[in-house]
Design a protein around this ligand. Structure first.
Ligand SMILES: NC(=O)C1=CN([C@@H]2O[C@H](COP(=O)(O)OP(=O)(O)OC[C@H]3O[C@@H](n4cnc5c(N)ncnc54)[C@H](OP(=O)(O)O)[C@@H]3O)[C@@H](O)[C@H]2O)[C@@H](O)CC1
Ligand SMILES: Nc1ncnc2c1ncn2[C@@H]1O[C@H](COP(=O)(O)OP(=O)(O)O)[C@@H](O)[C@H]1O
Ligand SMILES: [K+]
Length: 505
């Protein structure tokens, strides 16, 4: 699914109105209905609902929603905030449509702000995608009041004050919504960790914007949904054999961290690899052979650390390297040899990232269009330097992928996958149960498995990250967030694959 900017969203609204024969006011009614429908499923009519409307079409949505909620027997209070003397046409129409008994209260000065308690149920319709400067003055005072009140806030389209696709200036006040209900497509701001406290739980509701416009819109930002991912999955052939599903080499594990190799290896097998060889330091031999009998095990001449490459390296289809390796000098030398000689697709994680990040020479040796990096944000900063905020991080992600012609899955709640063409895909599966040691090692195994099975590197990233998060989402029902371990994520990879291979509804 594409992510559009606020400017493109406005164009999509206008295109839908001009080309698809729907009037602007009817499109607003659809938006208000979609919001109200979500609201009704969340809150009981016994709630007193306070709807705060700003001067633009977001305020217009608020007025229409207030009317619809009133019709559905909610006890509604409407506030017109600030200077609403010169409103948009649709705002005006919806103001006129307010029924008797729903007379709005005007809030024009800071000393006339309403008193709200922590039990209040608030609809925030101050500003949406038309925000064009930081929120200050009366609006900021109201936003502070709402944020401090402890009220439950549901924002229409955007948390008011938050810029939809660029850094909000520091001086601007922003609503801290519990819920954000956005129209048709999510906004970039929702996907960035720095906005968690403003956006809250977000949902996208359809309002029938022109699909033609969306299909033609130019963007390099995407959100991966199940229907985007599902068609990537390749069915197996009846007469196939293990030789057709790739032979992966994992270079993982060091003394005290052989478990990382076990996790990556088990995940790689669950990801469908045909054959798997794992090279571990001598200390890991028995552990690996016992814990993962399906994998062939090679041992390094070094007892504790990776120090050499296996012979006949050309026979492997893909190499996954990094989890649990450590950053010993001998390991650094081995990684130098790998980058100098191997032309395989490579999945590079954890300490292998740290080692490459610490050496410009190694960075220069990276083969083009062959490498997938899977850093968490700290490892990413080691690669690209300190970043200022989430937008800056995204910019660095694009630049790094372009410069090194590589893929990067920048891990997080919405893992961002950068490609050598400058595209970024945000993942939508996963949960905070995954915030536990070893889940990254699992991802390395899964992506390595997919890259070994003739998925393109882009497909391996998209599918691997989605499946990994989906496995954790399915594990959630069985074990919950707190108790979830990396092994649980592996155990639910089969269910995730089955889930994805069901026919689309
Ligand atoms: N048909 C459609 O288009 C549909 C649109 N839809 C809805 O419309 C929303 C977009 O509406 P919008 O474009 O009117 O912008 P909106 O977010 O209400 O803000 C603009 C107003 O705020 C003002 N203003 C801005 N910044 C300010 C600040 N910092 N401090 C103070 N004032 C500030 C600005 O005033 P001005 O800049 O002129 O002073 C202007 O009056 C969208 O999010 C969705 O909810 C849906 O109904 C679907 C159909
Ligand atoms: N709050 C969260 N929501 C969704 N996914 C998460 C969350 N926290 C962590 N993850 C996922 O868990 C994995 C953690 O990887 P990483 O930090 O490398 O762990 P480790 O190094 O312990 O293996 C990543 O895939 C990340 O996207
Ligand atoms: K809003």
């Amino acid at each position: 699914m594409k992510l559009l900017t606020a400017a493109q969203t406005r164009e999509a609204d206008a295109y839908t109105i001009n080309e698809e024969g729907i009037s602007s006011i009817d499109l607003m009614e659809r938006a208000a209905k979609a919001f109200t429908c979500w609201f009704e499923n969340k809150f009981q009519p016994s709630e007193q609902v306070h709807v705060f409307c700003g001067p633009g079409n977001n305020g217009g949505d608020g007025l229409a929603a207030a009317r619809l909620l009133h019709e559905r027997k909610y006890s509604v209070h409407v506030y017109l905030v600030g200077d609403t003397s010169n409103p948009s046409e649709d705002f005006k129409t919806n103001l006129e449509r307010l029924p008797q008994g729903l007379e709005p209260t005007r809030v024009e000065q800071e000393n006339s702000l309403p008193a709200l308690n922590g039990k209040a149920c608030v609809v925030d319709a101050l500003f949406g995608t038309g925000l064009n400067r930081p929120v200050t003055g009366l609006y900021a005072a109201l936003i502070r009041l709402l944020n401090e009140s402890g009220a439950t806030v549901s924002s229409i389209d955007m948390p008011s004050g938050l810029y939809p696709d660029s850094q909000t200036p520091e001086e601007g006040a922003i609503i801290k919504a519990n819920y954000t209900i956005s129209f048709e497509l999510p906004k970039l701001a929702f996907l960035l960790p720095q906005h968690e406290e403003y956006v809250g739980e977000w949902h996208v509701v359809p309002i029938g914007l022109s699909q033609q416009f969306v299909a033609d819109a130019k963007t390099n930002l995407y959100v991966t949904t199940q229907s985007d991912i599902q068609h990537l999955l390749k069915p197996r052939k009846k007469f196939s054999h293990k030789g057709l599903y790739g032979h992966a080499l994992l270079l993982c594990g060091g003394y005290g961290k052989i478990g990382a190799a076990v996790l990556s290896a088990r995940a790689c097998l669950r990801g469908g690899i045909g054959l798997l060889t794992v090279q571990v330091p001598q200390a890991g031999y028995t552990i690996l052979q016992t814990a993962v009998p399906e994998a062939m095990t090679l041992t390094d001449k070094n007892r504790k650390h990776l120090s050499e490459l296996p012979k006949e390296i050309d026979k492997y289809d893909v190499i996954g390297i990094g989890p649990g390796l450590g950053t010993e000098r001998v390991t650094k030398t081995a990684i130098g040899q790998l980058l100098a000689t191997a032309s395989h697709p490579m999945v590079i994680d954890a300490d292998a990232i740290n080692i490459i990040a610490s050496s410009d020479k190694l960075k220069m040796q990276l083969p083009r269009n062959k490498v997938i990096f899977t850093p968490h944000p700290k490892e990413f900063e080691r690669l690209v330097g300190k970043v200022k905020n989430d937008y800056d991080r995204l910019q660095h992600l694009r630049e790094f992928c372009l410069e090194y012609q590589c893929y990067v899955t920048l891990k997080g709640s919405h893992t961002a996958i950068g490609t050598p063409e400058g595209k970024v895909y945000f993942n939508t599966t996963g949960n905070s149960g995954m915030a536990t040691g070893g889940t990254g090692d699992v991802l390395t195994g899964v992506i390595t498995a997919l890259a070994g099975q003739q998925y393109s590197l882009e497909e391996a990233c998209l599918l691997g990250v989605y499946l990994h998060g989906l496995a954790a989402d399915l594990a959630l029902h069985a074990v919950g967030e707190v108790a979830m371990t990396a092994s649980d994520v592996i155990d639910f990879l089969p269910k995730a694959l089955l889930h994805l291979s069901q026919p689309r509804p």
